[in-house]
Design a protein around this ligand. Structure first.
Ligand SMILES: [Zn+2]
Length: 220
């Protein structure tokens, strides 16, 4: 569920792997379970902030409470083994939520799971490469935004209503985003569709429903 932008992943994670002691000596925060080799070879995040955005906003950690948050909202959650350690290091903050669709096959049970999880190794508790360039990376960039990929064929492209989405899936999307907003203190104004957050304008079409309607429903 928390995954990548399939077309915008050109960052080499291995470049961030180094000995944990070296990472700390350079002012970074090392995370285990991401880099290959010995346990002390860790993913080093130097682009972090230690200033909380508000008292609900976690900084510099993997979001390993995601499953618990979504279950708490009454959603059925299936955890993909190893998700807690699969991210590209820790999140800097959670200032925003970006909605995607997978643009996947029309049949099957979560047919995009494999590409979501394994395609770029990003189905993750921590930072995922889903956003690409955004209108404001300090808010909507990968270190600061939770990305949600919803399985959908993604056609036809439209910005109105949600008629091409099963109601049960759409309502689950709403419910899940509401729970994440509450847990991390994200206002509805910072819940954007990828098509709204992506830069330059027009680079991304997803998701193919009205984000204005989506945000209005969040607020109800
Ligand atoms: Zn997208």
């Amino acid at each position: 569920m928390f995954i990548i932008d399939l077309k915008n992943n050109d960052i080499d994670l291995s470049a961030n792997c180094m000995e944990a002691t070296l990472c700390k000596s350079q002012g970074g925060i090392p995370s285990t379970g991401i880099c290959p080799g010995t346990s002390t070879n860790q993913c080093c995040d130097k682009a972090y902030t230690s200033v909380p955005i508000n008292d609900k906003t976690p900084v510099n950690r993997m979001l390993t409470d995601l499953a618990e948050i979504l279950r708490g909202a009454g959603l059925s959650v299936i955890e993909s083994e190893g998700w807690q350690t699969r991210g590209h290091s820790v999140m800097t903050s959670v200032k925003s939520i970006i909605c995607h669709h997978t643009n996947g096959p029309a049949t099957g049970d979560f047919p995009s799971l494999r590409i979501v999880r394994d395609g770029r190794k990003d189905l993750a508790a921590g930072r995922s490469y889903h956003a690409g360039a955004t209108i404001d990376d300090s808010v909507f960039g990968n270190p600061n935004a939770i990305g949600i990929e919803a399985e959908a064929v993604g056609v036809p492209l439209t910005n109105s209503g949600h008629e091409y989405w099963p109601e049960v899936q759409y309502q689950s999307y709403i419910r899940g985003v509401r729970a994440l907003q509450a847990a991390y203190g994200v206002p509805a104004s910072r819940v954007l569709g990828h098509k709204e957050a992506a830069a330059p304008v027009g680079r991304k079409p997803d998701p193919n429903f009205s984000m204005d309607e989506f945000r209005a429903t969040l607020a109800k």
